[in-house]
Design a protein around this ligand. Structure first.
Ligand SMILES: NC(=O)c1ccc[n+]([C@@H]2O[C@H](COP(=O)([O-])OP(=O)(O)OC[C@H]3O[C@@H](n4cnc5c(N)ncnc54)[C@H](OP(=O)(O)O)[C@@H]3O)[C@@H](O)[C@H]2O)c1
Length: 226
């Protein structure tokens, strides 16, 4: 069966990704920065292996990549993310900008660079960056949230750059907006439950071809302008 690696797998969309892939018989490498908080993942049925991984810890990322080096990896899902302070113009907490960029923007590229050997061995050669419509420059009509928006806009640029650099190797690299989802980040009044978001994204992922390399998708498969 194919293999997927998911970051931020202990709750929210990451956890739902694990549940969904495991139920379909995939081998799942579920990464969480606090394995104590990943009890649900550790007790999940199926071929699920839980790894302790803070995506901002470059040494740990490199050491996990070395540990798994001989395995093929079909899909990497860079899901771990934070919103940071929910502030408008005039209230920006500049100290918080760097840490949010480290998690949302820097870490996904580091994951791709370190896990490249495994990804090259995989058949599907797919990299999925969980971004946000908030990172679309074209869709920004409300302003505010400078930190989160810029971190996801920069992640979108990482997606685009990877799509160019890895095209010749047959990779498909995409950004996703998962919808406004009922998770800790999205809140209770969000539009859709996590399982609906994951079902939509799984359908899109299953139908991906190299024609889709470098695109920004909504969870329902429609495209979002950068
Ligand atoms: N929910 C929405 O409406 C929505 C909309 C657009 C985009 N997104 C994106 O979707 C992704 C998942 O969000 P979510 O809604 O599931 O959020 P969530 O419920 O807040 O979960 C975030 C996950 O990321 C993990 N994480 C944060 N920093 C990490 C780090 N340094 N290393 C490893 N893991 C880390 C968290 O781990 P801990 O439990 O240890 O904190 C948690 O597992 C994020 O990239 C988010 O930006 C969500």
């Amino acid at each position: 069966m194919p293999t997927v690696l998911i970051t931020g797998a202990n709750r929210g969309l990451g956890l739902e990704f694990v549940r969904s892939f495991a139920a379909d018989g995939w081998r799942v490498h579920a990464c969480a920065r606090n394995v104590e908080k990943a009890k649900v993942v550790r007790s999940m049925e199926g071929d699920v292996v839980c790894h302790k991984l803070d995506v901002t810890d470059g040494l740990k990322v490199a050491s996990l990549a070395r540990e798994l080096a001989e395995e093929p990896l079909d899909i990497l899902i860079n899901n771990a993310g934070v919103y940071g302070p929910r502030t408008g113009f005039g209230e920006t907490d500049f100290q918080e900008w760097g840490p949010v960029l480290q998690i949302n923007t820097v870490a996904p590229l580091r994951m791709v660079e370190r896990f490249m050997g495994m990804l090259e061995k995989g058949e599907r050669k797919t990299i999925v960056n969980i971004s946000s419509r908030m990172g679309s420059i074209a869709c920004n009509e409300n302003g505010g949230s400078y930190i989160y928006r810029s971190s996801k806009a920069a992640l979108n640029m990482v997606t685009k750059g990877l799509s160019v650099d890895l095209e010749a190797k047959g990779f498909t690299v995409i950004s996703f907006h998962p919808g406004w989802v009922q998770t800790d980040m999205g809140g209770e009044s969000a539009d859709i439950p996590a399982d609906a978001s994951i079902a939509g994204m799984r359908k899109v992922i299953a139908g991906l071809s190299t024609e889709d390399n470098g695109k920004f998708f909504n969870y329902d498969g429609s495209e979002i302008p950068w």
